[in-house]
Design a protein around this ligand. Structure first.
Ligand code: BMA
Length: 820
């Protein structure tokens, strides 16, 4: 379907509130544009209807060639697909009018991944990076009437292998239990699509984002970036328009129109007279200064509102005033700073005071970042932008008081819709670049495509109020330092490549295109200290610097005393099983539902995972191996165990704001991609595990948080994540016997805490109490002006030792009535 407009035209790109207006003809080549696509394999034994945007797994499933990919062992049973070669063919009509434009560009927003393209039988280009927008000049290849576009894909598994033979880069392969594929690090493709410790391998293939032909005569605005700085009572807003043209010079003018409070607009205009580069690109800028009185501050979730303002940027022809191209975006006014300064300024001359702080200051307030880690919403990238799934997950994050999500480096740069939603909900994004748990090649071909990828994605995403920080990779500094992949003998070579990629290639691009945001070379890292130490720190997990990832499957995770100090916990977690209901969507066979079944073993990718869960459960709960309902109980107990572990660890980090200046807790992981044991709080399909319900409490803005000390006493903290202090409050401790619902003892303690801080209020001595197994303590806050603060509990001994608990005999009401 094609549209010719010199007036308002909405370019379909699947994005909300982000559309373009062009004096331009757009030919929508997606299935939505009524282009008929077909999909075939190499030996032509398969020929089915194709979808664009789409991918081979979804198309073959739709055609009935394969079953539901997430059922049973289908990840392995469908693996032949990743070894075959696939071709998408689309046919579309063009009129003579369409051929009269000066510029004819084929624009592919996302091709997954290694492909060569032909238009009417002529080669027009190749693709090798699923995160890059490819724009090909096709003027000489199009014709009046029917045109045929073919996109021929190589097997991603083979393409990775071919590159690996040439530029081998560790690791050799993922562990066998992943049932995965090797050398994902060789391709600029979602790294998790070759398998992960929480996910199956679906080495996807397809055109996963929109595809159009753009026809125009003069120039267009491809993207817009905004740079917002606070200067006294004024906001400085610098806008850069990224232009594309066919001529050597772009002459005209730009206008920017910004909505402000009280339904007013501010408009400015700037003449443009710039030389285009050889590839037809050029930039032009516009600057605004606006008073802080006409716009309101944007705040992260829990700290205030999220006002967003429309910004319209348009390019005009100088002589005719004709509007050639327009971009609409929404922006928020806020400052975000990642503060790394001498920690002794806050913590004094103490062990904790060594090193540097690591915290986010938003609108000049130091805010503790509560949140989680985001993995792709779907293992098939074409389904990951589903709005309902994104809404459900982000609303769940919002409801659990999360203010930050880390978009993890093994996934994708998410859809525009995702970041728009984060802008609306106040969820700050820690955006990793897409390199994870691996060493990466640094040959020229690889670095060139990475360069394009980083440029395009920083330009696409940086205007979002939600983006807080960029990070070069997930765990690659620590992996190299810790010799995770047997690289020790070649440490220098790998270090050199590491620096080439994250420091010499990515860093300058990010810092030039987005000078206002901090680029961290890795996560975790020691931040500035890692940089001073030559980028591979002696101990990237240093408690006194930067962020840390912490997993401990051997100690008692309910015991807060096991956790090391950190300035910012950007990952920590423990596995649990998804509900039986969710598992049943992956198997109909009752025999599959026990811990040792082939099916369950197939789904557990973490080596030793089930044993760790079992051991963790056994520390606190009694589960009899011979229980006839063992598996159902195991699932349930695994969720209790995970939720309690994450509660202890998260509260430990929140408490540690007071003595270690810990300023962030992002647990691993928010969501899931299939029905399997994992670290997630939300199951595939959207069901909340116990952890997510617990998060609503342990992330509560105001929380009384008790910690059982090694000495056997209770330190009681009051955590206040609000911009106002809590004064003249009372913490009430009720002591209960397990046998009764009435407290046997009640004590209260005066409590107060400044805004945005945590303070230890008191130590309750219980070490010398007798019969600890018969009691537990409940803590609550009484304070005028605090709407809600959840009750909190201390169990002085492991729950399995509790004495006096009786069977509650709780039954649904109608059952009781029937029995009566
Ligand atoms: C961290 C993450 C992921 C992984 C998780 C659980 O290291 O970065 O790579 O899935 O641990 O093992």
């Amino acid at each position: 379907m094609s549209y010719v407009f010199c007036v308002l035209f909405l370019l379909f790109n699947g994005l909300l509130n982000n559309y373009s207006v062009h004096c331009i003809e757009i030919v929508d080549l997606t299935s939505n544009g009524n282009v008929i696509w077909s999909l075939g394999n190499k030996n032509k034994s398969i020929s089915v209807a194709g979808s664009v945007p789409g991918g081979v797994y979804t198309d073959l499933e739709k055609a009935g060639i394969i079953d539901n990919v997430l059922f049973g062992f289908n990840d392995v049973l469908t693996r032949w697909i990743a070894y075959d070669y696939w071709t998408y063919t689309g046919r579309f009509l063009l009129s003579q009018d369409s051929l009269n434009y000066n510029v004819t560009k084929l624009v592919l927003e996302g091709v997954d991944t290694v492909a060569f393209l032909e238009l009417n039988g002529s080669p027009i280009g190749t693709t090798e990076n699923m995160f890059v927008r490819y724009v090909f000049d096709v003027k000489q290849y199009i014709k009046v009437g029917e045109n045929e576009l073919t996109i021929n894909f190589l097997s991603p598994v083979e393409a990775a292998k071919v590159r690996s033979d040439k530029y081998f880069t560790a690791p050799n392969c993922v562990p066998d239990v992943y049932n995965g594929e090797c050398h994902a690090n060789q391709l600029r493709k979602m790294q998790a699509s070759f398998s992960w410790d929480w996910g199956p391998a679906f080495p996807s293939v397809g055109i996963w984002k929109p595809l159009t032909i753009e026809l125009y005569n003069e120039a267009i605005i491809r993207s817009v970036t905004t740079h917002i700085d606070k200067n006294g009572s004024l906001w400085d807003l610098k806008i850069v328009a990224y232009l594309e043209t066919r001529s050597t010079r772009i002459k005209g003018y730009l206008t920017a129109n910004l909505s402000v409070n009280a339904k007013q607009y501010v408009t400015i205009r700037n003449d443009v007279n710039v030389l285009a580069r050889d590839d037809g690109t050029a930039e032009a800028g516009l600057n605004f200064t606006i008073s802080e009185n006409v716009v309101s501050l944007w705040w992260p979730n829990g700290f205030g509102d999220q006002p967003l303002y429309d910004l319209k940027v348009s390019l005009h022809n100088q002589d005719s005033d004709e509007e050639l191209s327009v971009k609409h975006i929404k922006i928020g006014f806020r400052t975000v700073e990642l503060v790394e300064e001498d920690a002794s300024n806050i913590l004094g001359n103490t062990t904790a005071g060594n090193g540097l702080t690591f915290y986010f200051k938003v609108n000049d307030y130091p805010l503790f970042m509560k949140g989680s880690n985001w993995i792709p919403a779907n293992i098939l990238p074409e389904l990951g932008s589903d709005k309902n799934t994104i809404d459900d997950l982000l609303l769940a994050a919002r409801d659990a008081h999360m203010a930050m999500l880390r978009v993890w480096g093994g996934g994708i740069y998410e859809s525009d819709y995702f970041y728009q939603k984060c802008d609306e909900l106040g969820i700050l994004i820690w955006q990793d670049f897409l390199f994870a748990c691996s060493m990466y090649p640094a040959d020229a071909e690889f670095l060139n495509t990475v360069k394009q990828e980083i440029e395009q994605n920083v330009i696409r995403l940086q205007h979002h109020a939600s983006i807080a920080v960029w990070a070069g990779n997930n765990e690659n500094e620590v992996a190299l330092r810790g010799d995770w992949y047997g690289t020790k003998q070649q440490f220098d070579r790998y270090k050199e490549d590491y620096i080439k990629l994250y420091v010499h290639t990515i860093k300058p691009i990010v810092e030039t295109l987005d000078p206002g945001r901090r680029y961290l070379v890795s996560s975790p890292s020691n931040g500035r200290k890692s940089e001073e130490d030559g980028y591979i720190a002696e101990n990237p997990y240093d408690s006194n610097y930067g962020d840390t990832h912490y997993y401990n499957y051997f100690a008692d995770n309910w015991d807060a005393n096991i956790y090391p100090g950190t300035r910012f916990a950007s990952e920590y977690g423990f596995q649990s099983f998804p509900s039986a209901k969710t598992l049943q969507t992956a198997s109909n066979d009752q025999n599959d539902f026990h811990l040792d079944s082939k099916f369950i073993r197939h789904r557990q990718h973490s080596p030793g995972g089930n044993t760790y869960i079992k051991e963790q459960i056994a520390r606190h709960l009694h589960l009899d191996d011979n229980d006839p309902k063992y598996f159902e109980k195991f699932i349930f107990y695994s969720q209790i165990s995970q939720a309690m572990s994450m509660k202890s660890e998260t509260e430990y980090y929140r408490q540690s704001q007071s003595d270690w200046y810990t300023m962030g807790a992002l647990y691993w992981q928010l969501n899931d991609v299939w029905q399997a044991p994992s670290w997630s709080g939300i199951e595939y399909g959207g069901k909340w595990k116990m952890l997510h319900y617990f998060a609503m409490n342990f992330f509560s803005p105001v929380l009384v948080s008790p910690r059982l000390t090694l000495a056997g006493d209770i330190n009681v903290y009051l955590i206040n994540d609000r911009l106002v202090p809590i004064e003249d409050a009372k913490i009430v401790m009720d002591v209960f016997n397990w046998t009764s619902l009435e407290p046997i003892e009640t004590n209260s303690y005066p409590a107060s805490v400044a805004a945005l801080t945590t303070k230890k209020q008191t130590t309750v001595e219980i070490w010398d109490r007798e019969n600890k197994e018969e009691i537990f303590m409940r803590f609550s806050l009484k304070s005028d002006g605090v709407n809600s603060s959840p009750r909190n509990y201390v169990f002085p001994v492991s729950l399995k030792m509790a004495k006096g608990l009786r069977k509650p005999h709780i039954r649904p009401k109608n059952q009781l009535t029937q029995e009566n």
